[in-house]
Write a protein that binds this ligand. Sequence first.
Ligand code: SAM
Length: 272
Amino acid sequence: MLYKWKIQFLKTHYGISLWRKWKHWQKKEEVGNYGHLSKYIKQYVSPGDSFTDIGCMWGVNGDFSFLAEQCGASVVKGVDVFGPTPEFKAKKNELNSSVEFILGDVGDARTIARIGVMDVVFCAGVLYHHPSPFDLIVALRQLCKKTLILRTSAIPEVEGLPNAAVFYPMLKPKDRQLWNLKSLGLMKQVGITEGFESDQGYGNWFWGLTPSCITSLLETAGFEVEKRFTEPFAQTFICKPVAVTFAHKLPNETEAREMARGISSAGIARPA
Ligand SMILES: C[S@@+](CC[C@H](N)C(=O)[O-])C[C@H]1O[C@@H](n2cnc3c(N)ncnc32)[C@H](O)[C@@H]1O
């Protein structure tokens, strides 16, 4: 109940501004802002780097990719499941840019192969739209050589319940209401405003992930979080790839039979 009150309060402009002042005063965590993303690209993209923007099109028409190119990135690939938009094509012509657009789902092995390993991977506004966020982060890990800049919508931490998350689809209307951010200016959140819309695919909001949950997903997939910029309903992470901690290797047929014999003789497999 206390958590619901906290959310209701943070969903007001007054609540957000008080929260910002409080964080500023505490000086414990750096406060995030969508407007700072360009600054991070300028900071982390060095001349000669390769750069990819996953989810490069909606509302931004490849702008982050063009910025990376202006920062000296030598190979730049913008990826999305739709497009390119006329605005993207016009800007590419105007700038005489070499930014390549790849139409593809980042969760698809063929898309990952077309992108290749890139020095800087940028991904903003995609994670909460994916039904399987861990798989998305694993894909980002496969692509990333030096730095991941990840920004996502998020929900506030649940005190005493680290790694908590909310799955939005099929919530009852009154339960969805809590996550409706219309009061903060978001006109439509597909999947929340009017419930799950299957024909909208990745347009739906699937997950409300807490900061601790996103951190654990990143670490499990093989990223170390170097910086985190917090906001009540969004998080931005700067990460570097480290050894992958999670892998499931499928045994070959002989190994699988041996494993099966071992498990049976040890009597450790019981109906759960
Ligand atoms: C909310 S918009 C964010 C746009 C921009 N990155 C920004 O931060 O303002 C999400 C974008 O990601 C794209 N997208 C969603 N799922 C994707 C996927 N699995 N692979 C590639 N792009 C995806 C959408 O089509 C859309 O352009």
